[in-house]
Design a protein around this ligand. Sequence first.
Ligand code: KDG
Ligand code: MG
Length: 408
Amino acid sequence: MKIVAAEVIVTSPDRNFVTLKITTEDGIVGLGDGTLNGRELSVASYLADHVVPLLLGRDAHQIEDTWQFLYRSAYWRRGPVTMTAIAAVDVALWDIKAKAAGMPLYQLLGGASRTGVMAYGHASGRDTEELFDSVRHHLEEGFRSIRVQTSVPGIDAVYGVPATRSAGRAHHYEPAQRAPLPAEEDWDTGAYLRHVPTVFEAVRGEFGADLPLLHDAHHRLTPIQAARLGRDLEPYDLFWLEDCTPAENQDALRLVRQHTTTPLAIGEVLNTVWDYQTLVREQLIDYVRSSVTHTGGVTALRRLLDFAAQYQVKSGIHGPTDISPVGFAAGLHLDLAIHNFGIQEYMPHGALTNEVFRQTFTFGDGYLHPGTAPGLGVELDEEAAGRFPYQPAYLPFNRLKDGTVHDW
Ligand code: KDG
Ligand code: MG
């Protein structure tokens, strides 16, 4: 089944998305997500200039061979741009194969291992009252596991907390700003470490012991600071503490592990199975946070999660709004099929995004399901996509009080 066309579509309904559309000689269309937040056009160029010409005439069914060809023939391996571009091709080819088979993708991955995919949502607030409101709102929306992010006294803007509160949408945090330059935020680790345990104490007091709670430290701590936070949060029984130290420093986690039993999740900025060698083999983490989109697609993330499974490390697939509905759906099919599923992040997309990407997944009572439509279950409305041209947007960055650039 020859590939006869491949096209890169950049659209910006609520935010920027890069989509690869592959068409086969018998008219089957597959979609792949190539969105890399704040660096979208680099992947669009990698695909359009260097990958699309190589795809034409190839057999769409040869997914593994195409993956190995794109990975090894470039010579320059790994890295977010390369792995996101490979993911876009890989996911589009899985979509095609599943549509050709007339089955939802999870059937080709071994079939469903569970009836639904447990999802967590993002609650946040600038103070306790706002945070409690946000948690309640999530419970009403059907979430049964909740990430808690909070403002820190003395810091103006903190990761995960909207700067302003618009009625009813306090829980919708979108870090990338449409602007020609990245926004500058400030950071104070001491204030954060003192404040966060008091917030979890309050949340447990209000919502009880049973609600699974998560927290993202977003790469900001040194190993000893992370060890202290993990230990201080132990009484509040977190489902996980995410990205407590910068993810690329695998050795850091040894020290954290020596001091705390708070479960650790890492990996949304990692791109390959090789980035996890130490983390998984030494069992320094409990959850893998990679997305299908930034880790070379379904083929590569499946391989990584199978490796993790040998060490009882589970999945926690990245699902913020900067993963497009196409990449999100691919993650859901994997979630349903693998044995070592942990939890799925679910940050609902905005109304305009849902107009451009028609989706079949369902959500209710804490669980997602990708649906039973053949393929991924996502269609792109190209007319709608054309109404939202690319707009420059950046993630913010942090400076300490003395002006030093810090991890964001
Ligand atoms: O593009 C960056 C975001 O995806 C990231 O900040 C979100 O940390 C994140 C999360 O856990 O969803
Ligand atoms: Mg994160």
